[in-house]
Design a protein around this ligand. Structure first.
Ligand code: AHM
Ligand code: MG
Length: 334
């Protein structure tokens, strides 16, 4: 591990840095790191106790079993609700926004959070990385009034902070507040996250492409042409193919090793699969802050004004030149 700085110390800031620890944003990030530990602990038990069953089934003690994505959803909602910082949450698990009026019931909390509490949860049963994705915004509605849908339908440019917690071979929290990206690895023995990946920068000249090619026949012609380009024996190609099928893991690899990750539209999924608010936007913010690009094939993800809280959006993210090349193929085929 490169350094012994903890996430708590990092949030305190160094002279000249922003100081988060005593601000509401610092407390909010603290709440997320805590909920991440609770979820991590539960996920680590997944192979030991029978907790991956479906809702409604009972385990051997007769207790009701809970799916891990429901557990994660409740862990994050409870942790965020109890701190009088957040006035509303949009979660992949909840059809409607969750309104939080605060302990004094006066709607005075400033922030909204969008989240996918356990992305890629179908991977748990096969011991593959899953993750919590989050984005944080200032509310746009006046303090003292109930949270509105408009508070959540902000373009990703307005994110105050965003990140993910990956539950993989280790548990990591990776986030940005618009001042670079830093990654922290949890030491589970003492429950502390350490700064393991300071100032992450996506390597130039990537050579990995990452897409679910099972959908190839349904992709637009430009995307098909780009995939063939990735596979052609020319210059530094063919590229290597990697696809976990867990967006946090695929984007994290892309940030560390370079390359491009994409989930395009297809005939069956005209807007792709990934959700703009709580999958595309937070990860686009991270990718850009690490020096890369993230688009929907035509325009920057972060510039898109959402129209629906669960809206889907094609995603092309990674090393800038590779994303531009993909966009060039899409434009040429249109
Ligand atoms: P989920 O939110 O239902 O878990 O779906 C999102 C996940 C992403 O993590 C991943 O990139 C994608 O679904 C994989 O989908 P596919 O199996 O179609 O490739
Ligand atoms: Mg998801």
């Amino acid at each position: 591990m490169a350094t012994s700085v903890t996430l708590g110390e990092f949030l305190l800031g160094r002279p000249g840095d922003f100081q988060y620890e005593n601000t509401e944003l610092g407390r909010l990030l603290n709440a997320i790191r805590l909920a991440g530990k609770v979820v991590s602990h539960e996920i680590r038990r997944a192979g030991l106790v029978d907790i991956t069953g479906t809702i409604g089934s009972t385990n051997i003690q007769g207790e009701e079993q809970q799916k891990l994505d429901i557990f994660a959803n409740e862990a994050f909602i409870n942790t965020l609700t109890n701190r009088d910082i957040v006035c509303g949450i949009v979660s992949e698990e909840n059809e409607e926004p969750i309104e939080i009026r605060g302990s004094d019931n006066r709607n005075r909390n400033k922030y909204v959070v969008v989240m996918d509490p356990l992305d890629g949860s179908s991977n748990i049963d096969v011991n593959i990385t899953v993750g919590t994705i989050f984005g944080i915004y200032h509310r746009v509605s006046p303090i003292g009034t109930p949270v509105t849908t408009e508070d959540f339908l902000q373009s990703g440019n307005n994110q105050v902070a965003a990140g993910f917690i990956a539950y993989g071979t280790s548990t990591m929290m990776v986030y940005t507040t618009g001042n670079g990206v830093n990654g922290f690895t949890l030491n589970p023995a003492i429950g502390t996250y350490y700064l393991s990946h300071p100032n992450i920068e996506i390597p130039k000249k990537g050579n990995i492409y990452s897409v679910n090619e099972g959908g190839y026949v349904h992709f637009p012609q430009g995307v098909k042409n780009y995939i063939k380009y990735c596979q052609r024996e020319e210059e530094d190609r063919p590229y290597r193919a990697r696809y976990v099928g867990s967006m946090v893991a695929d984007v994290w690899r892309t940030m560390l090793q370079g390359g491009i990750y994409f989930y395009p539209e297809s005939t069956g999924k005209p807007h792709g699969k990934l959700r703009l608010l709580y999958e595309c936007n937070p990860l686009a913010f991270l990718v850009e802050q690490a020096g890369g690009q993230a688009t929907n094939g035509y325009e920057r993800i972060l510039d898109i004004k959402p129209t629906d809280i669960h809206q889907r959006m094609p995603f092309f993210g990674g090393e800038g030149e590779m994303v531009e090349k993909a966009m060039q193929f899409i434009a040429e085929a249109d």
